[in-house]
Design a protein around this ligand. Structure first.
Ligand SMILES: Nc1ncnc2c1ncn2[C@@H]1O[C@H](COP(=O)(O)OP(=O)(O)OP(=O)(O)O)[C@@H](O)[C@H]1O
Ligand SMILES: [Mg+2]
Length: 600
């Protein structure tokens, strides 16, 4: 007998923000046929994935034993909605089509809540042989059948557009994808490695355990090469780095399908003219610098939780980008992402904008209006530039963060909303607290998980990568091949201090792509401030020397940051360790003494 586990956190007496929105009050005769017992289900989820079920899929999933259940049983005779506190455990089980639903042995000792598991009456799937249901071709049509597994809907959308002519099925979680792959034939599966809960590797491992890995192409983020190698060992055919280009995607799908069981067509139909590479427009936080990697790691860790996050960093460092990543990486990704741009909301309208108002609540309130907090229910609220809030409105926000309840202006009754708050500021809120311009209590409510974005000048090593990315993106939008970036231009771009950070770089590259007519970015297409006001001609004489200086300084900077570790520095510089060794010698530096020079 196999046991399908069902574990969820106990429900908080006042409505835990984690479980409350998943609450489903099922009818006494639950759709999957639980008998003799009314079941007040707090949450239904797939084990280990946290994916919520819709009511319609519930009966099917539970019957198949794939759905975990946790909740409170109310034995017959008691009203629904009351918790069971005294009923002996023995009575807390019931039969349902898939088997018996029973209380977990290690249930909450207070008796206030309990979780249950479904003990299935199905043959064990661990015993070899005929454990897998026969393959059914349920999703086939003309052309290739492609499954895209990615938690980011924009990536799925991009794949769908890029693979026009193929039938593309989407899945946003590992366990769901595994179910699909096991029950239908796909020519190619595009599998994201990093997803909340089960990632691509877990799916591959399960498929490898089945002994039937389909043609899988892995989608990896930047710096995920080790996992991509592990995936290839588990049977993946190929991997693609995000952001994905249309051509490389089509090529990878074609060759993966060609080697597949069914043999594939030799050409894919041409895609229609694309408005742009959507995936490349949402690339995530690019960069190999340790500081930006640390931010990515933190984002991955914090995204699946409900913790309030405070993102700080100078203008243009990617605060909004990170806020979006946190939302998309959370279980509430399908919910709304609502932005409140604090500086642009007049103080007098802040309360109405955020909390909403009833009709007639004040002069001009001709109709009732929901506030942003209600709009963000079951999603995330992004308070951008929260440091701009005046002391008048700060207490209102604080009260919400304490109580998680919203009372529209003119309505006495407050309603509970389930909102994850992400705040950002380019100001030093701590300093503002000491100056008395930002409330300390509000700061601490917001600063639960601080995420600090480094200025671009502190990660110069990432500039070439960002330049390549933006050149590719803007050239694609212009419908031309990516332009080359000559070394002198790259030198200026790397050397410049970028007070406007990545946004300024992005704008400079966009302008340069438009102004450069040929296949190469031209120096005069870059703003004069980058070259210190000197014209390209004036630079001719000292160009070789200044590039050597730039090169040397950059190499030393990276080495300093990496504590003199040549392997790590080489990885960041994007060159082989031996190349860096040679470069150091060419620059007149002795590699074994380089740390002294780097720290000097
Ligand atoms: N690490 C990065 N990789 C790729 N693109 C980035 C990165 N950081 C920022 N960007 C891009 O730079 C632009 C500015 O980012 P964003 O709006 O998130 O910055 P911000 O910190 O919110 O700026 P501001 O304080 O001015 O509001 C966006 O187009 C974003 O996609
Ligand atoms: Mg911003």
């Amino acid at each position: 007998m196999e046991q399908a586990e069902a574990v969820l956190s106990p429900r908080h007496p006042h409505g835990d923000p984690v479980t409350r929105p998943q609450h489903r009050e099922l009818p006494h005769r639950a759709p999957y046929g639980v008998q003799h017992t009314a079941l007040h289900v707090v949450s239904l989820h797939r084990p280990s994935s946290g994916v919520r079920a819709s009511r319609t899929s519930l009966s099917e999933l539970l019957r198949a034993g794939q759905m975990g259940v946790s909740g409170h049983f109310i034995p017959p005779g008691r009203g629904a909605g009351r918790r069971d506190r005294r009923t002996p455990r023995a009575t807390l089980s019931c039969r349902c089509p898939g088997g018996t639903l029973t209380r977990r042995p290690a249930s909450n000792s207070t008796g206030r809540s309990a979780s249950y598991r479904l003990v299935r009456g199905l043959p064990s799937t661990r015993a070899g042989g005929g454990r897998r249901p026969p393959r059914r071709r349920t999703v086939m049509r003309a052309g290739l059948d492609v499954l895209i597994v990615d938690d980011e809907p924009r990536v799925c959308e991009f794949v769908r557009d890029a693979l026009s002519g193929c039938r593309v099925i989407e899945s946003h979680s590992g366990p769901h994808a595994l179910d699909l792959i096991r029950s239908a034939d796909f020519d190619v599966v595009l599998l994201d490695l990093k997803m909340p809960g089960w990632g691509g590797l877990e799916v591959l491992r399960a498929l490898a355990g089945d002994g039937a890995v389909p043609a899988v192409v892995i989608l990896t983020g930047y710096g995920d090469l080790d996992s991509a190698v592990a995936a290839m060992r588990l049977g993946a055919r190929d991997y693609l780095r995000k952001p994905i280009g249309v051509d490389s995607l089509r090529q990878a799908v074609l060759s993966a399908a060609g080697g597949g069981r069914r043999g594939g067509p030799s050409v894919l139909p041409e895609p229609p003219a694309l408005a742009g590479d959507v995936a490349a427009d949402a690339p995530g936080l690019l960069g190999a610098d340790p500081k930006i990697r640390a931010v990515r790691g933190l984002v991955e860790e914090v995204a699946p939780t409900t913790a309030t996050v405070l993102i700080t960093g100078e203008t243009g460092t990617g605060k909004e980008l990170v806020a979006g990543m946190i939302h998309r990486g959370s279980p509430r990704a399908a919910g709304p992402f609502v932005v409140v741009d604090c500086p642009s909301v007049p103080v007098s309208l802040f309360e109405s904008e955020v909390f909403g108002h009833e009709r007639g609540a004040f002069t001009g309130a001709v109709s009732a209006r929901r506030g942003k907090l209600e709009d963000a229910d079951r999603g995330s609220l992004f308070l951008d530039e929260v440091g701009e809030l005046t002391l008048d409105v700060q207490p209102k926000l604080l009260r919400f963060l304490q109580e998680r309840r919203v009372a529209r202006i003119g309505r006495g009754r407050a309603v509970q909303v389930d909102v994850r708050v992400i705040a950002a500021s380019n100001r030093d809120l701590r300093a503002m607290v000491s100056q008395g311009t930002f409330r300390a209590d509000l700061f601490h409510r917001l600063d639960v998980v601080p995420v600090e974005l480094p200025p671009l000048r502190e990660r110069q090593g990432d500039i070439p990568l960002l330049v390549t990315h933006f050149v590719a993106r803007f050239c694609r939008a212009l419908g031309v091949a990516p332009k080359a970036v000559p070394p002198e231009c790259l030198g200026w771009l790397v050397e410049y201090a970028w007070p406007g950070n990545v946004r300024e770089l992005e704008n400079v590259i966009q302008r340069a792509c438009i102004l450069s007519r040929g296949a190469t970015l031209t120096p005069d297409a870059l703003p004069a401030r980058l070259s210190g006001g000197r014209t390209p001609d004036a630079l001719d004489a000292d160009r070789a020397e200044s590039l050597a200086t730039v090169d040397r300084r950059h190499v030393l900077d990276v080495l300093r940051r990496e504590g003199g570790n040549i392997s790590r520095a080489a990885r960041i510089l994007g060159i082989h360790r031996a190349t860096l060794y040679r470069r150091l010698l060419a620059l007149g530096l002795r590699p074994e003494r380089v740390l002294d020079r780097a720290s000097g």
